[in-house]
Design a protein around this ligand. Structure first.
Ligand code: NAP
Length: 322
């Protein structure tokens, strides 16, 4: 069954909202906010003229500009939707032009580094409310987005201690209007949780597909021809945007290294079980891991359908991933 948005808001939350970076997440937000009447006027900015032209052709906003400074002048709310590595440059460009009391939010997959970079750049009158939707796909660009991407998915807000409560309330209301569940969390804890649920799994996928590509005794054409379901699922994740994921690993270094250390220890234990023929040990672990999958399905964060992730957007969009 398709995920559906609820009824649109009677009154928009924001008069003017600027989206900087109109890729998968930015364009999904533009589509969802427009449908749900979250803002009266949507301004779209992007570094690339080609992407902007595509956003305009898709009618994702009301005004389009390549100048991020100009984009935010009249905005009550600015959503940074570019890769995390662009945060500093965008922050510096928009800071002097922000309207008095403007809310600045983002969707970056890493929170601690984004806040550390952005907070000192913003004027004191601006209200920073960082966010991270735990929703996405392995695709990029404005054509890849869809309005129901965030329905029944979590958006984690990580407001700094000094955050303005009313601004946090408005950002929460915006995510809820587009179907998301909202959780408030400290930035450091967010980065640790996402390191194990998203960042390390991506690293493992990049690594296993890279290993297969570099094997000497098995040709690349054999890898593609005989790719089993397990490998194919890894290739889907390993096809994720290289810029976005490079930035995630460079900006969530500590938490990823911490979780990778734990992962390596557990992998060594598995190696030992295989070497020693410890079938009971393997069986016990595989039974526990199966229960985690069933728990995710039970919480509505994944479908139990065996072809998960292979249908198109909108058809319950089970391919949505963070
Ligand atoms: P995307 O599809 O590649 O879109 C990013 C857009 O930002 C591109 O259009 C890019 O322009 C533009 N951009 C890059 N630098 C810019 C700059 N300095 N100023 C203005 N625009 C700039 O990426 P995405 O998947 O939407 O990811 C965007 C953010 O969402 C990232 O911070 C990521 O961590 C976060 N996020 C992603 C997912 C996911 O699954 N993809 C999930 C949750 C959160 P070009 O046209 O030049 O490429």
């Amino acid at each position: 069954m398709a995920e559906r948005l609820g009824p649109p808001l009677d009154e928009p939350i924001f008069d003017e909202l600027a989206i900087i970076g109109i890729g998968l997440i930015g364009s999904s937000l533009a589509r969802a906010i427009r449908k749900q009447n979250g803002a009266r006027w949507i301004v779209i900015a992007d570094a690339s003229d080609e992407t902007l032209a595509r956003a305009e052709a898709l009618a994702l906003g009301d005004r389009y500009t390549a100048d991020v400074t100009e984009a935010v002048r009249g905005a009550d709310c600015v959503l940074l939707c570019a890769p995390v590595g662009a945060t500093g440059a965008i922050g510096r460009a928009i800071a002097p032009a922000l309207k008095h009391g403007a809310i600045v939010s983002d969707v970056g997959s890493v929170k601690g580094a984004v806040i550390a970079e952005l907070e000192p750049l913003l004027p004191t009158h601006a209200k920073l409310v960082p966010a991270h939707p735990v929703a996405g796909t392995e695709q990029s660009g404005p054509d890849a987005g869809f309005a129901t991407l965030f329905v029944n998915r979590w958006s984690i807000l990580t407001p700094p201690a000094s955050a303005d409560a009313a601004a946090v309330g408005k950002v929460r209301a915006l995510w809820e209007a587009i179907g998301a569940n909202v959780e408030i969390m400290g930035a450091a804890h967010h980065d640790l949780v996402l390191a194990i649920t998203s960042h390390v799994p991506h690293l493992i996928a990049y690594n296993i597909v890279g290993t297969a590509a570099d094997l000497e005794d098995v040709t690349q054409s054999e890898v593609m021809k005989f790719s089993a379901g397990g490998f194919r699922d890894f290739t889907r994740i390993a096809a994720s945007d290289p810029t976005m994921w490079r930035d995630v690993f460079l900006h969530n270094k500590e938490a990823v290294l911490e979780m990778l250390g734990r992962f390596s220890e557990d992998l060594t234990a598995l190696q030992r079980m295989i070497r020693r023929g410890d079938g009971d040990g393997l069986f016990d672990l595989f039974t526990r891991t199966r229960a985690i999958r069933l728990g995710i399905v039970a919480q509505g964060q994944e479908t139990a359908a065996p072809d998960f992730g292979r249908r198109g957007p909108g058809e319950n969009a089970p391919g949505r991933r963070a």
